[in-house]
Design a protein around this ligand. Sequence first.
Ligand code: NAD
Length: 420
Amino acid sequence: MHIYDDEVFKMACDQFQVIADYLNIDKNDRDRLMYPKRAMAVTLPVHMDDGTTQTFQGYRVQHHLTLGPTKGGTRFAPNLSMGETAALAMWMSWKCALNDLPYGGAKGGVACDPTKLSHRELEAVSRRYMQEMIPFVGPKTDIMGPDMGTNEQVMAWFMDTYSVYQGYSVNEIVTGKPVSVGGTVGRRESTGRGVVYLIERAMDMLKMNPEKSTAIIQGFGNVGSVAALSLGLKSGVKIVGISDHTAALYNPKGIDVKAAELHVQKKGNLRAFDQGDRIDPNELLEMPCDILAPCAIDRVITEKNADKIKCRILAEGANGPTSPEADLHLNKRWDEVFVIPDILCNAGGVIVSYFEWVQGLQAFLWTETEVTDKLFRILESSFTRVIRRAKEHKVSHRTAAMAIGVERVMKAKHQRGLFP
Ligand code: NAD
């Protein structure tokens, strides 16, 4: 289907076919499970600060609506395409199903570089995007959230634009909003916290001492910075490497991640942060460490470096950081590298988004302790099921995780039947 023609979509399809072979899924069911239910492309003309009008391309893909409304983040990134958006929506489907959430997967975004937009331009792009999406989304059909390049402020603009159109506040249309406009406590930290909860579970299983362990974290945004802070300050792991799109830093003596966070808050990135040696970003992934957490972009662990990474735990905070070709190498190294696959590892974000949506629908607010306890309970159950399935069926953690997700969607599709 050429509208989704894209390497990332092909990667998501290849991963799905591996699972479909393992589950012996009938060929009549494969395309029905794999291809998105609906997709929308929009053109967004925006007044720029210099007086010109620039047009941006926006997308939203709803992968399946079998289990409930769709749910998914919004990515603002320069090369975003329909195919990449569809791949991300498909991964969301398996992630929601694995974690027993009543959602299908969705994803959306705008092909733009948010770092090059002024505050006013970013607001204009965000509002225009939501305005164009109004006929396509809704609190019972498709709920948006943040992803790379978007944040709480963008979610507040989305919610405001949708609400102005409806004539009343519809805060359950988006998650990841500021707490002041109906967001939930604990959402901002949820993905990073979930990543660290699962790393701690894996360390426990592998009998690793956190205080004698080291970690390298790629990406210092919402997921990476919270993971680094929590792993460094709460779990006592020494953070020896961090990076973002401007710099990669390595320091075997340890990096003060609190200082790094303050620096990024002030300067916007790690470019001028001076704790550690500046190294090639690709090399950083190959440096020795106990935990490697890619928390930035897709396909950074490839067949070229899969045999060179030297970690004991690979915690996939990002979506799709490991290519299927790299998986073939990692599968052979299963007793050296313990993989926590993305749809499990970064599920904390969508789980707490689900809590935010539920609180919004009921207009009933929970405490941070309630949010965190419920989050860890779901992650614990998913982690246990994935590890058990992988052991019993002698398959990789990724295959086990995706199989649990795909099976749930397939079962629901069979039970609901196919409209004649
Ligand atoms: P973000 O925009 O807050 O941060 C992204 C970070 O990655 C930034 O520090 C950026 O500089 C860095 N980065 C970009 N390109 C890079 C490169 N080539 N090398 C190194 N660093 C690079 O985004 P985020 O919300 O933290 O999302 C990061 C990843 O986690 C994405 O794959 C996203 O889909 C996934 N994810 C996010 C959430 C969430 O709740 N935010 C939930 C689940 C999954």
